[in-house]
Design a protein around this ligand. Sequence first.
Ligand SMILES: *Cc1c(COP(=O)(O)O)cnc(C)c1O
Length: 364
Amino acid sequence: MSAELVIDRGALVANRRRLARLVGSAECAAVVKADAYGTGLEGAVRALAADGCRTFFVAHVSEGIRAREVDPRAAIYVLNGLVPGTAGDYGPWRLRPVLGSLEELADWSDYVHATELPGEAALHVDTGMNRLGLSPDVWGEAAARRRDNTLGFEITLLMSHLVSAEEPENPINARQIAAFREARALFPGIKASLSNSAGIFLGPDVHHDLVRPGYALYGGNPAPGHENPMAPVVRLAAPLLQVRDVRAGDRVGYNGIWTAERPGRIATVHLGYADGFPRSGSAATGERGAEAIVRGVLCPVVGRISMDLLALDVTGAEGARRGDEAVFIGGELDVDRVGGNAGTIGYEILTSLGRRHSRREIGA
Ligand SMILES: *Cc1c(COP(=O)(O)O)cnc(C)c1O
C-alpha cells in the first residue's frame, strides 16, 4: 500500500453542472491547465466533454494538444497567448491563442494569411491585472484592425481576468467590470468572458456569455469565508508505517525542531515533500502545520516533513497502528484548509500533487 490519490470524476462533472446552473444561459467552459490542476488533464477533458462541455482553456500549447487528442471537436483556448515564434504549433491542432498584445495580433494575422487556416482566436483585454492582455490605450487600434477586415481571422471571444474576484467587497471588481463594458462596446458582436471560479459568485453582472472556472471544478472553495459549495474531487491518503511511543523531551525528525511536551504516540507516514506534500507544513514545538485524519481524529504533523516521510502526533487517535490510513486531503481537510495550514493556497496544493502516488479515478 502506498500513498493513494483518488480523483472523483463524478464530483468534477457535478461541480461543473452546479456552476452551469448558477450562470444560467451563459456557457460554462472548463479550465484544465496545469494537468487539470494536478488531477489529470486527459481524464478531466474526457469526463467533462462527455457531459457536454464544449470549451476548454489551457495555459500551454502542449496542454492544448493533449486536450485536442481527447476531444477532436472542442474549442480549446491557450491562455498564455502566442509564445513568440510558435504560431505553427497552434494551427495544426486548431488551438486558439488568447492574443494579448498588438504584436501577438500581428503575428497571428501573418500566420493565418500564410497558411489560410481559419485561425480563430480570443482577444484578451487588460482591465487591471497588468499581466497579460491589451492595455486600454491600444484597444481602439485593435478594434480598428478588426473593422478594416485585415486580421484574416475571426475573434471568437473577448476576455479579461479579475484581480481579486475572491474579495467581493474589493472596489477593483467594479472598476474591472466597468472597463470590460467599455471594451465590449469597442468589439461588438463578440462573445465575452470575465469570470473565473470566484467571479461566478460575484453575480450575474460578471457572467457575460461564457465563464472560465478552474479551481471550483476541482473542489476548491470559490467563495472564501462561506461554506464551500463544491464537491471534493481529490482525496489523498497514506498509510502509517510505524507507530512509536515518545517520552516528554524526545525530539522528532530532522534538526529536532519538535519536542514532545508530554508522553505520546508518533506515527511515521509514507508521504513526504517528494510526493508534492509541502514541506512548509512542517511544525516546530508550539507551531501549527499540516494535519491528517487518522481513525476519524484530526492529528497534527510534527517536526520537519522530509522527502519521503513525515510524522504525525497520533496520541489522540486511540488505537492508531501500523497500516492505518492517514487522510491528508479529504473530509474536513479540503484543499483550502490544507493550503492554509502550509502557508499557501489550495491551488498550489492541487497543482503540486505528485506523480509518485498510486492514482485511482472513480465516478468516470
Ligand atoms: C487560471 C485562469 C482561470 C481559472 O481561474 P480559477 O480561479 O481557477 O477559476 C480563468 N481565467 C484565466 C485567464 C486564468 O488564468
